[in-house]
Design a binder for this molecule. Structure first.
Ligand SMILES: *[C@@H]1O[C@H](CO)[C@@H](O)[C@H](O)[C@H]1NC(C)=O
Ligand SMILES: *[C@@H]1O[C@H](CO)[C@@H](O)[C@H](O)[C@H]1NC(C)=O
Ligand SMILES: *[C@@H]1O[C@H](CO)[C@@H](O)[C@H](O)[C@H]1NC(C)=O
Ligand SMILES: *[C@@H]1O[C@H](CO)[C@@H](O)[C@H](O)[C@H]1NC(C)=O
Ligand SMILES: [Cu+2]
Length: 256
């Protein structure tokens, strides 16, 4: 039986090979995701402009609510929230979500770079001084006034139509930066997660630690478990978490 299976497998592989191998060889140009802090000014502006393009590309799927492709991504997250948080699918779902966003930037908005990430351990405990909040080469600063609307930077005039939460109302991108809540994103806590031996202990460590630090440290819509992708910082935050997962996987690739 074992021999039969082995030879069937060999036949299958032999037949499948001509179909599979051309797909494998087309991936000649790998992109490399880099930390926002390490991007040049022009790389930052290219990314910001591509995101603004996604925010002005009309919605394609005929769903009720979204006006733009950016809104459609946000709505998917709202709809899937109960299935994708506090479960093992948390990291895989968000890996796929970051890839979808990156793919849309590249295919709809002529973006040629990779999805950048925010190395939050560098800024933990001091998010308010982060370069990510720069009004020219970042995402603008903290919210102000009664509605905590951001009032500088490239995204200050974007009208979110999805959220807050599961509601669909017109509102600004709002933030309530908390240096205190960002402390849980420290290198010490990240290093602790990296020591976890099993996925079943690794993902809750990431979700409860650095994940919570990024959402709580930026605050406002970023702190809303449903509608947080209404703040474009969301994509740099989750790409960072995805990198942490990759770093952990890379410690033992065959098992992880
Ligand atoms: C790979 O990237 C180089 C430099 O950007 C470009 O000239 C080349 O056409 C790319 N090749 C493919 C297959 O996309
Ligand atoms: C992307 O590039 C193509 C080809 O140059 C152009 O026709 C198209 O308008 C560009 N799209 C955007 C959103 O800039
Ligand atoms: C936060 O960072 C800024 C700029 O690097 C620095 O001036 C400030 O002292 C830092 N604050 C704290 C509490 O570390
Ligand atoms: C990892 O999982 C294995 C198998 O379930 C278990 O024996 C082991 O104690 C776990 N290790 C940790 C550090 O949780
Ligand atoms: Cu999420």
């Amino acid at each position: 039986m074992r021999l039969l299976l082995a030879s069937l497998t060999a036949v299958f592989i032999a037949h499948a090979a001509p179909v599979v191998s051309p797909q494998r060889t087309t991936c000649t140009n790998k992109t490399q995701r880099k930390a926002w802090h390490s991007l040049t000014r022009n790389e930052k502006l290219d990314y910001i402009n591509a995101e603004k393009c996604l925010m002005s590309t009309p919605a394609k799927l005929g769903l009720s609510g979204p006006r733009t492709v950016f809104d459609e991504l946000q709505l998917f997250h709202v709809m899937q929230t109960p299935e994708i948080h506090f479960v093992g699918a948390f990291l895989p779902y968000h890996r796929f979500f970051m890839h979808a966003h990156e793919h849309l930037l590249r295919t709809l908005c002529n973006y040629t770079g990779a999805q950048p990430y925010w190395d939050e351990a560098l800024d933990a405990g001091n998010f308010s001084a982060s370069v990510i909040l720069d009004p020219k080469t970042g995402f603008g600063g903290n919210g102000v006034g009664e509605g905590n609307c951001i009032n500088d930077g490239p995204f200050k005039d974007y009208v979110n139509v999805i959220g807050p939460g599961q509601a669909n109302t017109e509102h600004c991108i709002d933030r309530i930066v908390s240096d205190c809540m960002s402390e849980v994103g420290s290198k010490q806590i990240v290093d602790g997660c990296m020591q976890m031996q099993n996925f079943s202990t690794f993902w809750p460590c990431i979700e409860g630690g650095p994940h919570g630090a990024g959402h709580g440290g930026i605050g406002g819509q970023m702190l809303n478990v449903f509608s947080s992708p209404g703040d474009p910082i969301f994509y740099l935050h989750h790409t960072y978490l995805d990198k942490l997962w990759w770093d952990w996987q890379a410690q033992d690739l065959s098992a992880r």
